[in-house]
Design a protein around this ligand. Structure first.
Ligand code: GDP
Ligand code: GDP
Length: 455
């Protein structure tokens, strides 16, 4: 299941980007601008307590003659809201209530999304609450006094936001596996889709919102239900007017976002191209499970070594997805096409796998015994106190340590490798969050953010 989405709404300069950056605080990864079509929206991954979500910054809501939204901006904001389970409406507490805020509030009341009112720039201990109280008159419930820069008040506000998330169990007990089929044009995605669905395909949804023609299809294998997401995007014949590459990548990104498992389809004759690497990077950033399908295998002249050579080549170019299975197929003659499902199902299972804390700590203990954490020249040694799983899809483990700075990349990779050696996780990425001990309890936002920093 995709993560819950939270939209950030408000006028320019109230502090939306500051707040988004505070919530996400992952500067080195997972930040992506949609190329082109939805340039104004940025999606970032964020955490609060044990809930993971995506924040989308809608860009500033700009008014025409102080009364109307510019239609394009409004459309952008509305489509962002359509996919969100809550909206944070940001206003400026120092500036006070403005007409534009009132306009946005009345428009927000027409949208079917719960709104949390964040009164930003209220870092002043003396004036903060007072500044916020002025916004009761918007009729949107409690105004939360907070500061995006200093962090105070964000915790209470987020406590309110996550109340509107679907139960965590709704994300885990879902029997259906959502599968996105992505790859460059002409690699054989539509052909594979035809092979999967045959004549008895059932179209299950027409998602409202940005892209009207998003169509999912359902297939069943061995009692497991698969939902093939955005098959309309797969079928769409390349339309030269749009510039086919550009358009399909944007669409593929959206399909990845809605999936559990991604089928990354390559053309055996072309091998791994730069665009393929870009897609693979996105799959990793989004934390999706993945199966690599090398299609048109019938076109390759083979001897007994060919498959190994191909596999080695692909793994070296996709080094960050070394955990993914690779399968060699021909959609043309059906070779191994059905076997793809034998790889999707376990990948999906690993992706939603939940580990007992005792198991995690056994792995850590063992790993530390083989290879003690590094010591600095000043004699300070890294210590891992314990670990616990904080979320699934992908499995994410928080490691509580004396000081995250004492653990370099090498040691972090070693620990991840140990988790894989001991526990498998074939087909899915896993995430480790190195959490410091010395966190000021006063500031729970900083605390939560520290967990998201993957270095
Ligand atoms: P956006 O246009 O809504 O995304 O606003 P920005 O995040 O770019 O912030 C606009 C301005 O407000 C910047 O100069 C920020 O430094 C400032 N700002 C943001 N948050 C706070 C805050 O909590 N307190 C104060 N005093 N200024 C803030
Ligand atoms: P898409 O753009 O990724 O959906 O690719 P299509 O499914 O439309 O396939 C593009 C072309 O490759 C078509 O002419 C297909 O017949 C051909 N094709 C697809 N799969 C295979 C395959 O496994 N082997 C061979 N030889 N051709 C294939």
């Amino acid at each position: 299941m995709p993560l819950p989405i939270v939209a950030i709404i408000g006028r320019p300069n109230v502090g939306k980007s500051t707040i988004v950056n505070r919530l996400a605080q992952v500067q080195d990864a997972i930040v992506f601008d949609e190329p082109g079509v939805t340039r104004d929206r940025t999606y970032k991954r964020a955490f609060w307590l044990d809930r993971e979500f995506t924040v989308v910054d809608t860009g500033g809501l700009v008014f025409d003659d102080d009364t109307e939204f510019l239609p394009m901006i409004r459309e952008q904001a509305e489509s962002a809201l359509a996919e969100s389970c809550a909206a944070i409406f940001v206003v400026d507490g120092r500036q006070g209530l403005t007409i534009a805020d009132e306009e946005i509030a009345s428009w927000l009341r027409l949208q079917s999304v719960p709104v949390i009112l964040a009164v930003n720039k209220c870092e002043s201990v003396i004036h903060g609450e007072l500044q916020a109280s002025e916004f009761w008159s918007l009729g949107l419930g409690t105004p939360y006094a907070m500061s995006g820069i200093h962090g105070n008040g964000t915790g209470d506000m987020l406590d309110e936001v996550i109340k509107f998330f679907p139960e965590a169990s709704e994300f885990t007990d879902n029997e259906e596996i959502r599968v996105a089929i992505v790859g460059r044009p002409n690699v054989g995605k539509s052909s594979l889709l035809n092979a999967f669905t045959g004549q008895n395909r059932s179209i299950v949804s027409d998602i409202s919102g940005t892209t009207r023609d998003t169509i999912d299809m359902q297939v069943e294998r061995d009692g497991i239900h698969y939902r093939l997401v955005d098959t309309a995007g797969i079928r769409k014949k390349k339309n030269v007017d749009y510039g086919p590459e550009f358009f399909s990548i944007n669409r593929a990104f959206k399909a990845i976002n809605r999936s559990d498992v991604v089928l990354m389809v390559l053309d055996a004759e072309d091998g791994v191209t730069e665009q393929d690497q870009k897609l693979a990077g996105r799959i990793l950033d989004e934390g999706r499970a993945c199966v690599v399908v090398v299609n048109k295998w019938d076109m390759i002249e083979k001897d007994s070594n060919t498959i190994y050579e191909f596999e080695r080549e692909i793994r070296s170019r996709f080094h960050f997805t070394e955990w993914a299975d690779i399968i060699f197929t021909s959609a043309l003659n059906g070779q191994r096409v059905e076997k793809i499902f034998d790889l999707i199902a376990p990948a999906a299972e690993q992706h939603r796998r939940r580990l007992q804390t005792s198991v995690i700590n056994e792995v850590i203990e063992d790993a530390v015994m083989w290879h003690t954490p590094p010591t600095t020249r000043q004699g300070k040694q890294g210590k891992i106190y314990y670990g616990t799983q904080v979320s699934i899809q992908p499995p994410s483990i928080a490691l509580f340590v004396n000081n995250p700075d004492l653990f370099g990349d090498g040691y972090r990779r070693y620990i991840e490798r140990k988790f894989r050696e001991s526990l498998g996780f074939r087909g899915t990425p896993i995430r480790l969050f190195w959490r410091g001990k010395k966190v000021r309890d006063m500031d729970r936002t900083t605390n939560a953010n520290r967990a998201t920093r993957v270095k």
